[in-house]
Design a protein around this ligand. Structure first.
Ligand SMILES: Nc1ncnc2c1ncn2[C@@H]1O[C@H](COP(=O)(O)OP(=O)(O)OP(=O)(O)O)[C@@H](O)[C@H]1O
Ligand SMILES: CC(C)(CO)[C@@H](O)C(=O)NCCC(=O)O
Length: 259
């Protein structure tokens, strides 16, 4: 038995194969652009696709694109069952204070369930650093809400596309050794973007502190996790889990299939 896990994000689609055993949650994860053009030939490169019994998907792309993805998967793996996580999945396992849980992104819900399973009983700041950056607070076994801001690439693109004089530094983004006052336009944008990402996370940490929430962990996920991680305070409680959405999908599967 194999399970195909799919994280369909606004920039990339990631996938992984799992045997479904909780002990194997850390192995076998693969990241690939194969779904980008949603071509069935690409999907046929999924290893041992005939053995896949379940497809577990998180999608924050359009309903139409998600349906296209589902149809391709079902064409190639006709005996596999399709399951899609949503903001309301497993609310008994992890309640949320979100006013309308249906609004919560499927990827955020997956990351929260993944963090809860990987770091049981801990108070965690769960951060996704993809197209958008999301910062969610999981404390006392409950999702207390979160913050959404543009991700690094989007910030760079928005600054140049909405101003007359700012260049698009998107292709020049690299790791910064530290965030400091910059002496050129390009560096000003570069350092400003990192300051806003790290600053937002710092505000979330301060919120926790001022509300007597003792954070045990900050978990960073997503395509920009490694660029942002060394700018954060609290390095002693920082964990990088680039594929937390995929791990969360497996956690959700395990919750649903617990005997
Ligand atoms: N090889 C890569 N291809 C594309 N983006 C990359 C790559 N490596 C790092 N990145 C960065 O990671 C971001 C995408 O991260 P990720 O794949 O986690 O996002 P996503 O899941 O598509 O987005 P979201 O979940 O926010 O809709 C890009 O905006 C870019 O800044
Ligand atoms: C914020 C993103 C784009 C991050 O991938 C996604 O989680 C999403 O589309 N969320 C819906 C809105 C919400 O989470 O409140």
């Amino acid at each position: 038995m194999s399970i195909l896990l799919i994280d369909a994000g606004n920039t990339r689609i990631k996938w992984a194969i799992s045997s479904g055993a909780s002990s194997e949650i850390n192995v076998g994860f693969k990241t690939s652009d194969v779904f980008n053009n949603l071509s069935s030939e690409d999907l046929s490169s999924v290893p041992n696709s005939a053995e896949i019994t379940h497809i577990i998907c998180s999608s924050v792309i359009s309903k139409e694109k998600t349906l296209e993805l589902k149809n391709i998967c079902q064409h190639l793996m006709p005996s596999a069952h399709w399951h899609q996580i949503t903001g309301t999945s497993a609310l008994n396992q992890l309640p949320t204070k979100y006013k309308n849980p249906e609004q919560l992104g499927a990827d955020r819900r997956a990351m929260l369930l993944g963090a809860q399973q990987l770091f049981s009983g801990k108070n965690i700041l769960v951060i996704g650093t993809g197209t958008a950056t999301t910062i969610d607070l999981l404390a006392n076994q409950e999702h207390l809400g979160g913050w959404i801001l543009p991700g690094i690439t989007l910030m760079a693109e928005m600054l140049s596309s909405n101003t007359a004089n700012l260049p698009n530094i998107f292709e020049k983004i690299r790791s910064l050794s530290k965030i400091e006052p910059a002496l050129s336009t390009e560096e000003g944008i570069h350092h400003g973007i990192f300051a806003s990402q790290a600053g937002a996370i710092s505000i979330a940490e301060q919120y926790a502190k001022h509300n007597n929430i003792q954070l045990d962990l900050t978990v960073l996920s997503g395509g920009n996790a490694n660029l942002i991680s060394h700018h954060l305070d609290n390095q002693n409680i920082l964990v990088t889990e680039p594929q937390l959405v995929l791990k969360g999908l497996l956690a959700w599967y395990l919750i649903n299939n617990a005997s």
